[in-house]
Design a binder for this molecule. Structure first.
Ligand code: EPU
Length: 429
């Protein structure tokens, strides 16, 4: 059981390079199945969710070669079987994308229901609705989704709610369907656009990604390609908030400032200085000693991202005044609040609304990460707090942040990863 040990109070200073986007990479890797060919992917983050996606592909017979730290070659020409094991599927949400990719190529797929962060109910009814609209028949037995189709025929798909995963699966399933598919009420996140760009670079004909209506003209086959994944908007946002919370001054490289706009706007409103380089390829964040409270309501892109809600709530705990944070996407994304309370935060939660009363400072404490972004929030709290914070269950954090503690140490933070051998500890006691 590994832990992060943080001695807080050091302002972050220096430059940090942002890695490739987790939520784009975990969609693009299964999408490579559709090529039945070699794809070279660059700017792939080295995180455990990506490793799981690669392991699933390798299990199916794909050959995977690491060309360097962030560049991989995937050859999916030899995949024969469209099954995903329970253990691998249950460890990430992105495993559900193997449904769309396998269905698109083989017209059949067997994938256990996905796992991922526990943020409340996370059904995949909209994914299934889209597969069925394209002509597939689905069955759920023993936790495994079984889909089959004689052929996939383009159609009109209207999502009842905006869903990132549903939109990704729709794109994967209809890229090679017969005729035109129109996806309405589509998600507009940067990783949807990235997936569409990747598929287009393989020969797909997709228009409108990034708007709420996407038109896909099915093509007979796709081919291999070379593609670079976009930078991670949420990793960037996390470092921006960490710089603000510690009163630091950092420059983020390998970012797309446009993707950071909802985060930048809120930080500026609180009194954080955010400077965007003229050539648009880096962002500087200059913190100060006290910020103004503000209200936040999460919403699908281009609204404030739910994946930045825990980190921003953490910054609000040390702002002047009272803020209201409303979570509109997930049922239970405030579980980390109990941990922040251990550190002196004054937060009350009623269903999907948190009322945050700013306190002068947080104090270090032993805490537990309950999911990926909750873990990131606790790191920010630990960096800003007086004294020592020990964060348990950091495997959640490693699912989505590449070398988080190394990047923070390079910015001057006092953070180390300790490996605790539970067995040894028990014997010593
Ligand atoms: N929903 C349904 N039915 C569906 C699909 C979704 O009711 O068939 C509901 C969900 O329960 C939720 C809302 O619709 O209330 C939005 O869910 P969405 O499908 O957009 O989320 P997701 O695809 O499960 C992805 C990211 C999440 C991110 C959300 C929202 C990946 C692998 N995951 O999840 O990322 O929070 O979109 O932007 O892309 C994270 O990175 O920490 C993370 C949780």
């Amino acid at each position: 059981m590994d832990k992060f040990i943080i001695n807080g109070g050091t302002p972050l200073r220096g430059e940090v390079q942002i890695s490739g986007a987790k939520n784009a990479a975990v969609a693009i890797i299964p999408a490579a199945i559709l090529a039945a060919d070699k794809c070279i992917l660059d700017n792939v983050p080295s995180i455990s969710d990506v490793n799981v996606a690669l392991e699933i592909l390798a299990d199916m017979g794909a050959s995977i070669r690491r060309l360097n730290k962030s560049k991989i070659e995937i050859d999916t020409s030899c995949i024969l079987d469209g099954r995903v094991s329970h253990d691998l599927a249950r460890s990430t949400r992105g495993s559900s994308y193997f449904l769309g990719a396998l269905l698109g190529r083989f017209k059949k797929a067997q994938v256990p229901l996905p796992g991922g962060c526990d943020l409340g109910s996370r059904p995949i009814d909209q994914h299934i609705k889209c597969f069925e609209a394209l002509g597939a028949v689905t069955d759920l037995q023993h936790g495994i989704v079984d889909i089959r189709a004689d052929k996939l025929i383009g159609t009109q798909i209207f999502f009842d709610k905006v869903t990132v995963g549903g939109t990704i699966n729709a794109l994967l399933a209809c890229a090679m369907a017969e005729g035109l598919t129109i996806i309405e009420n589509a998600a507009k996140e940067p990783h949807i656009v990235d997936l569409a760009n990747f598929l287009n670079s393989m020969g797909a004909d997709i228009m409108g990604a990034g708007t709420d209506v996407i038109k896909v003209k099915g093509v007979q086959r796709l081919h291999g390609t070379e593609y670079s994944v976009i930078p991670d908007q949420i990793e960037a946002g996390t470092f921006m908030v960490a710089a603000a919370a510690t009163g630091g001054d950092i420059t983020l490289t390998n970012v797309i400032p446009k993707h950071l706009e909802p985060i930048t706007a809120k930080l500026r409103k609180m009194g954080v200085t955010v400077e965007i380089a003229k050539d648009n390829d880096n962002v500087r964040v200059i913190g100060t000693s006290r910020y103004e409270a503000t209200d936040i309501k999460t919403a699908p892109h281009p609204g404030f991202p739910t994946d930045m809600q825990p980190q921003m709530t953490t910054l609000l705990t040390i702002a002047s005044g009272t803020s209201m944070v409303t979570e509109s996407i997930f049922d239970t994304r405030f579980k980390y609040v109990d941990e922040l309370r251990r550190m002196g935060a004054d937060i009350t939660v009623d269903s999907r609304v948190a009322v945050v009363k700013g306190v002068p400072n947080l104090t270090g404490a032993p805490v537990k990460a309950c999911d990926l972004r909750a873990g990131a929030a606790l790191i920010i709290a630990g960096l800003a707090a007086q004294g020592t914070t020990e964060i348990e269950d950091i495997y959640h954090i490693e699912r989505g942040y590449e070398n988080m503690e190394i990047k923070l140490r390079n910015l001057g933070a006092d953070i180390v990863k300790r490996q605790f051998d539970e067995e040894k500890l028990r014997k010593a006691l």
